[in-house]
Design a protein around this ligand. Structure first.
Ligand SMILES: Cc1ncc(COP(=O)(O)O)c(C=O)c1O
Length: 445
């Protein structure tokens, strides 16, 4: 038997053991990009450079980094009540956070179910949708409708309703009984639209076709991101979400908004549902719920959905679902301090106020080489580049590397550069972000 331990890394800075998520591991480990500290709008790298955060981490640190209220709340909670069982026991802060979330969500949302991530929130919402239909005597409604180019996390439910081929094709047959709406990316008609594009509301009518194919009596729910983030920032065409709502209501189908990135001020309102004036039956959220500091997700539901489960003997569990860390004390404390920070600093309003400046700054990049589209909403921005022939994603990834070298953090999905800065960003920092990006794009091959 070979001595495998001899081959095992022992130095703390050996990079082999950690299998990194959604990362080109071998490429990364040859030239690592390490972050060692953060404060406000900036990261600090292991070589001591300050990097302006143009992405709020991964769309999650909406109040910026290492915010004192949140840090203190976590420290104090860890010392006071570190963990409480999530099943058949409670602790006050989980109830308080549920109430506070309901307060800022659209009025129809009355309950919050806690989990630990966006992926879990999505799978929770899909399960609640199917179980709800059964609870109201519509047990044949088991189908789920997602959308092409949708991203709903990486669990089996989420990748089944999601529409990103690389997230699906390696993982077998996924859930059965799933269909997809067409995506809403119409660059030929909507390129360089500011905010919501004019064209494409009629794409929602595809839901009628799908319902006609399967019959409404088999469809439980439709799930969409109000703004699709992970496939390049697709802003909903004017009237599109309204039409989806109408069709779902007409056919008794639940509408789920996946607000994992649009929640907590990103569009200039607490939730995109409010921004677009469309009320879904459930909202999934995560990320900004704790400012990205402690893993947490939640599903917000209407009273009607929740109440449909509250029948039968009171000593029986109503929903056979939950996680060891559903609403754990430290996450709940972080969530409360995060909501306090958003409110005290008026960050959702601030995002709305900054949005026109952000829009103008972004669209000033229109004349840069390779730029084929620019999209924006609230403090979300995307700059789509012409791909290098035969090498999709390579040009945008090079821009990401160059940008990091020049002191700004951006993200790329495909050949789109996506930006979602913390809502505390200043106009000067917007200028710095966009000015540096101009520099990067101008030199890009
Ligand atoms: C819309 C949407 N849903 C779900 C997720 C998954 O969240 P998580 O990575 O926390 O599981 C994401 C993550 O980016 C997302 O953007």
């Amino acid at each position: 038997m070979s001595d495998r331990s001899a081959a095992k890394p022992s130095a703390p800075n050996d990079l082999r053991a950690f299998w990194m998520p959604f990362t080109a591991n071998r490429q990364f480990k040859k030239a690592p990009r390490m972050l060692v500290a953060a404060e406000g709008m900036h990261y600090t790298t292991s070589d001591g450079r300050k990097v302006l955060d143009g992405t709020a981490g991964l769309w999650c640190c909406n109040a910026g980094h290492c915010r004192p209220l949140i840090t203190r709340a976590i420290q104090e909670q860890a010392a006071e009540l570190d963990y409480a069982p999530a099943f058949q026991m409670g602790h006050p802060k989980a109830f308080e956070l549920a109430n506070r979330l309901i307060d800022i969500a659209p009025e129809a949302m009355e309950h919050a179910f806690f989990c630990n991530s966006g992926s879990e929130a999505v799978d929770t919402a899909l399960k609640i949708a199917i179980a709800y239909q059964r609870a109201i005597g519509q047990g044949s409604r088991t189908r789920l409708i997602g959308r092409e180019r949708g991203y709903h996390g990486v669990n089996f439910g989420g990748i089944s309703v999601g529409g990103i081929v690389n997230n699906r094709k390696f993982f077998g047959t996924l859930l059965t009984g799933v269909d997809h709406l067409p995506h809403t990316h119409l660059p030929g008609r909507n390129a360089f639209a500011k905010g919501q594009p004019e064209h494409g509301a009629e794409l929602a009518d595809e839901l009628e076709r799908i319902v006609a194919l399967h019959d409404a009596s088999t469809v439980a729910a439709v799930i969409v991101e109000p703004v699709a983030g992970s496939t390049g920032v697709l802003i909903p065409p004017k009237g599109y979400l309204q039409r989806l709502r109408e069709i779902c209501t007409k056919h008794g189908i639940l509408l789920i908004f996946d607000e994992v990135i649009t929640g907590f001020g990103r569009t200039g309102a607490a939730f995109a549902a409010e921004k677009y004036g469309v009320v879904p039956d459930m909202i999934t959220c995560a990320k900004g719920i704790t400012n990205g500091v402690i893993p947490m997700g939640a599903v917000l539901t209407t009273g009607a959905i929740h109440d449909a489960f509250m029948t039968g003997p009171e000593n029986l569990i109503e929903l056979f679902h939950g996680y060891t860390y559903s609403g754990t004390p430290i996450a709940a404390a972080a969530g409360l301090a995060t909501l306090d920070t958003y409110r005290e600093e008026g960050l959702f309003e601030r995002a709305a106020e900054l949005a026109p400046y952000w829009s103008e700054a972004l669209h000033s990049l229109r004349d840069c080489p390779h730029v084929i589209d620019i999209r924006n909403e609230g403090l979300i921005g995307a700059v789509e580049l012409e791909p290098i022939a035969g090498q999709p994603t390579a040009r945008a990834f090079q821009a990401f590397l160059d940008a990091f070298e020049k002191g700004i953090m951006i993200r790329t999905t495909g050949d789109t550069i996506a930006m979602s800065p913390p809502l505390i960003i200043s106009k000067d920092e917007i200028d710095q972000l966009v000015g540096t990006l101009r520099d990067v794009l101008t030199r890009l091959k």
